[in-house]
Ligand binder design. Structure first.
Ligand code: PLP
Length: 429
């Protein structure tokens, strides 16, 4: 069914933009239904995790100081473990970002002389200095004697399994295979969970004790299974993306095998203390509530992403994935023809935001990134990208990465406003 465009007559835009967006939406009804089926499956998975851990009001009490016997903290770990079908989990507001969660996963499990084999090409920009692939950041894995090797994705964007098998046969120092599910700042599709599963199974058949670690940022709840369902030893992500449901104010998580999570806990606090310490005076309520909402909010984002793809396909912009393609992350890549169009697009996403809509974002140098980046992020939680946001490194080809929206209604308004601005500027026909 197509919405009546009169509903949007109050928007300060041309009717042409409204018509294109509503037509795109009407064409996507079957796709939306399959996304809602994913939400239904994941909502049960999360609810079951809460119920089996008997989550109660007492888990919401704030704690202070060392946080001995912090039952909210420990229960949150157990709920995450259950929701991701993992043996154990480490979830903390004190993990400052997804990058730190991933860095902890690596630094907690690798020792001097070990090698990490990255199998989706170079890792996400902010991890390159942390690993020591570039720059000379103090305390990088490289400075601790941990080596790095990488295998690019195949030309059709898949993991090169034969090459992994070859490398782990030749080099016994490879202790960890590292895969990045989402695309980062590159023009490629996300790696689906079944595809990750194939790589995990093949690698473990050959070297059973090899660790398989996944950067799961942006992937959570976009499919009905997760990498941990298919044998990943550990995976990590950010709480201001999918699993925080737009409610968690900060934080990161790592889930996986019990021994691995224990080691990471000792790396995070103090060797010998591990996960026994750590308090949070602001209460863990938003982390529980955010996880509960995450399957729904993630699917709101997926629907918005498909809408952005369809709308801009209609006006001749290249999209990845295409509006009807399967998804394994919440990102929509749009490839604009000019730098001006790219910047105008991001500026108008900002204009559609509930917070800081009056701010005009400009490209700038950001810590951890190698290019100037423009970020449209008018979010309740600073930098949250489960909220409607768009960012783009200023380099060719001119790709905007759009993601999030707590509600599909908001995503739709964003699409209308961004399209309208581009039509008016003459950037697209
Ligand atoms: C966002 C992201 C990260 C890093 O997360 P931050 O919270 O921004 O530090 C790592 N990997 C991927 C694929 C991401 O999308």
């Amino acid at each position: 069914m197509k919405l009546d465009s009169a509903i949007f007559s109050h928007l300060p835009v041309d009717t042409k933009a409204i018509d294109i967006v509503l037509e795109a939406e009407a064409e996507l009804q079957d796709i939306f239904q399959s996304m809602e089926a994913i939400e239904a499956a994941n909502q049960w998975k999360v609810l079951e995790a809460f119920q089996s851990e008997n989550i109660a009001q007492r888990h919401f009490s704030p704690t202070t100081g060392y946080g001995y016997d912090d039952i909210g903290r420990d229960a949150l770990d157990r709920v995450y473990a259950k929701a991701f079908h993992a043996e154990d989990a480490f979830v903390r507001p004190q993990i400052t970002s997804g990058t730190q969660a991933i860095y902890l996963m690596l630094s907690g499990l690798l020792l001097p002389g070990d090698t990490i084999l990255s199998v989706c090409g170079a890792p996400y920009d902010t991890l390159r200095e942390a690993i020591g692939i570039c720059g000379d950041a103090p305390g990088s894995l490289k400075q601790f004697g941990i080596h790095y090797k990488e295998i690019p994705l195949t030309l059709d964007g898949n993991i090169d399994i034969p090459e992994i098998l070859e490398q782990i046969k030749l080099d016994p120092s490879i202790k960890m295979i590292y895969a990045q599910r989402s695309r980062g700042y590159s023009w490629r599709k996300a790696i689906s969970t079944p595809e990750l599963g194939k790589a995990i199974a093949a690698a473990k058949r050959q070297v059973p004790h090899i660790l398989f670690a996944v950067d799961n940022c942006y992937g959570e709840f976009t499919e009905t299974i997760e990498p941990t369902d298919l044998g990943a030893d550990v995976m990590a992500g950010s709480l201001i993306k999918n699993p925080g449901g737009g409610i968690a104010p900060t934080g990161g998580y790592i889930v996986g095998k019990h021994d691995a999570i224990e080691r990471i806990g000792h790396r995070f606090t103090v060797p010998g203390m591990g996960r026994e310490v750590g308090s949070y005076a602001a209460s863990y309520t938003p982390f529980f509530q955010g996880l509960f909402l995450a399957p729904h909010v993630t699917v709101q984002s997926l629907k918005s992403a498909a809408l952005f793809a369809r709308v801009f396909e209609k006006v001749g912009i290249k999209s990845l994935p295409g509006s009807e393609e399967a998804r394994s992350d919440i990102i929509q890549s749009l490839q604009f023809k000019t730098k001006e169009a790219l910047i105008a697009f991001c500026k108008n996403i900002q204009k559609a935001a509930p917070i800081d809509s009056f701010i005009d974002p400009e490209p700038w140098e950001m810590p951890g990134y190698q290019h100037q980046v423009i970020m449209a992020a008018g979010a309740f939680v600073q930098g949250s990208s489960i909220e409607l946001s768009a960012d783009a490194p200023i380099r060719e080809p001119y790709i905007a990465y759009v993601q999030g929206s707590l509600t599909f209604s908001h995503g739709r308004i964003g699409a209308i406003m961004a399209l309208d601005a581009l039509i008016k500027s003459g950037e697209i026909a």
